[in-house]
Design a binder for this molecule. Structure first.
Ligand code: PHB
Length: 378
């Protein structure tokens, strides 16, 4: 193994949690929660346990409240049944030797009255319809455009902070090892952070400091529950998915990284490509550097990395760990495959969202002579 590649397989301490390698599973929406009730179940437990050789699993984005839901079949963490369902998942992952964090999610404007309690309009920092953004309603209607949202009233915001606090408490009861706050990809926290979606005139909009206020209140509430060492956040400073844009991402994310550093949270996971997998335009190196320079915790890079690029990036100290999404969908034993330079299974995009075990728990594992799949690391 070359020197750079060895880095991927070096143990790492994330916050106060020991990881056997630096190759993490990114959070991935798979839309296979049991219905009715958006409840995690045995099928999800099998899927995550199959991937327990990841240094750490980030479970899929999970709504902290009924209002935080934006797509049919995504799981929640606000009912007792959901907590019990997630407990099946965390028990299965732990029994397989893995570690798993929950991603706490509120979609904000990326929703639809048909998915909202009381058929209400989805909520957002400002009443701005994201051009071209879609959500998934049900198998009959499929993907539909999201409508114009309703701007949150100032006095409603503490209640949404409470939704995240409650989600964090429920994640603890469900047996997770920690949590990641979803502040990326055009969902509620990202809508507050970035200038195009936040046109508020109260103290939650306008200046960078104001745009960061609500996300930082969420971070404070969640780390009060978990302790900062078991709390992290995901951001996508230059992602364009869901019609997102910021006028000055270097300034915005330098300030955010500095404030996050002051909270003592363990990590920032950064979506470094456009989210839809295209890193061809290059990565936003200036923003990456700004975050790295202002944040002393761990930096997790994400975005269409190959094993070789990921290892080199760690060797160059541009990140500490790398999370892989789509490759983990089709390769449950991804670390072993990287280690052996083995062929990777191709993923089938048609089975990413919704459906059953097909394209979910039926991707084959490597069967190489002389490799013990039951060894502790794999
Ligand atoms: C999606 O369901 O398309 C989705 C969910 C969470 C993300 C990104 C995309 O962060």
């Amino acid at each position: 193994m070359n020197e750079a590649k060895k880095k991927l397989f070096q143990p790492y301490t994330l916050g106060d949690l020991s990881l056997p390698n630096r190759l993490l599973m990114a959070p991935l929406t798979r839309s296979r929660a049991k219905q009715p009730g958006d409840i995690p179940w045995e099928l999800n437990a099998t899927y995550y346990a199959q991937r327990a050789s990841a240094g750490l699993i980030f479970a899929e984005a999970t709504q902290v409240s009924p209002q935080g839901k934006g797509y049919a079949f995504t799981p929640g963490i606000h009912s007792e049944e959901q907590v019990a369902g997630w407990r099946k998942v965390t028990d299965a992952v732990h029994a397989a030797g893995g570690r798993i964090y929950l991603q706490l999610w509120h979609v904000g404007r990326i929703s639809h009255p048909e998915l909202q309690p009381g058929g209400e309009k989805p909520v957002a920092p400002s009443a701005i319809k994201p051009a071209g953004a879609q959500t998934y309603l049900d198998p009959q209607q499929g993907l539909v455009e999201v409508p114009e949202p309703r701007a949150l009233r100032t006095e409603e915001i503490p209640g949404i902070v409470d939704q995240f606090r409650c989600g964090a408490q429920n994640a603890e009861r469900a047996g997770f090892d920690g949590v990641e706050i979803h502040a990326a990809n055009g969902y509620l926290l990202d809508q507050f952070i970035r200038s195009k979606s936040n046109q508020r005139t109260d103290h939650y909009g306008g200046s960078i400091e104001n745009r960061l206020r609500f996300p930082l209140q969420v971070v404070a509430a969640v780390s009060e529950v978990w302790g900062p060492q078991r709390t992290g956040i995901r951001v996508s400073p230059t992602g364009t998915f869901n019609d997102m844009h910021d006028d000055d991402p270097v300034a915005t994310y330098a300030a955010f990284a500095q404030k996050l550093n002051d909270t003592g949270i363990a990590f920032i996971e950064v979506v470094e490509d456009s989210f839809q997998g295209n890193a061809a335009d290059g990565r936003p190196e200036e923003v990456i550097k700004a975050i790295r320079n202002h944040f002393n915790g761990s930096y997790i890079a994400n975005g269409n990395y190959t094993a070789a690029e990921a290892a080199q990036r760690i060797a160059d100290q541009r990140c500490d760990l790398v999370s892989f999404g789509r490759l983990f969908i089709s390769n449950p034993d991804l670390p072993l495959r990287f280690l052996r330079d083995a062929k990777l299974n191709e993923y089938d995009e048609d089975t990413f969202y919704g459906g059953n075990e097909h394209g979910y728990t039926d991707y084959p594992r490597l069967a190489l002579l002389g490799i013990s799949e039951s060894s502790p690391a794999f």
